[in-house]
Design a protein around this ligand. Structure first.
Ligand SMILES: [Zn+2]
Ligand SMILES: [Zn+2]
Length: 139
């Protein structure tokens, strides 16, 4: 499968050759900031499968797991594009909303529902987890 996408202004573009290892709706507090209220869908690929053109800015913060997490975004339009944990550099999460066809991936699970606001709506056709995070590869 080939997936293309990029940020809203077009300065950052990517091509992915491969299937997502796992695709997750994530309600952790950090993801809520990038989602603007609702929350992002993160499709996790092998890092080597993703080729990115254009410069991304990088915001690094410590996750509840204690790992350093890199959230990269377009410095021009602010679109959040990728998320990656230093503990698992072999995997790269791509925000599904940045794909040219956002229906190219489909969530396998919802995580961190304990951090979601009471009005959040969860897809009850896929597993929901109170916290994170089965490591990628284990669905
Ligand atoms: Zn942009
Ligand atoms: Zn998250």
């Amino acid at each position: 499968m080939t997936i293309t996408g990029g940020c809203a202004c077009g300065k950052v573009r990517y091509t992915i050759e491969g299937e997502p290892v796992v695709t997750r709706v994530c309600w952790c507090r950090a993801c809520q900031f990038t989602g603007g209220g609702n929350t992002p869908v993160n499709a996790v690929f092998k890092t080597e499968d993703v080729k990115i053109e254009g410069a991304l800015a990088d915001f690094v913060s410590e996750a509840d797991s204690g790992n350093q997490v890199h959230r990269r975004f377009c410095p021009t339009c602010g679109t959040p594009v990728t998320v990656q944990s230093e503990a698992r550099p072999q995997y790269l999460g791509v925000r599904a909303g940045t794909m040219d066809d956002p229906s190219a991936v489909k969530p396998d699970m919802t995580i961190w529902i304990s951090a979601a606001p009471p009005w959040a709506i969860f897809d009850d056709t896929i597993p929901c987890y109170e916290h994170g995070l089965p490591p990628p590869g284990k669905k």
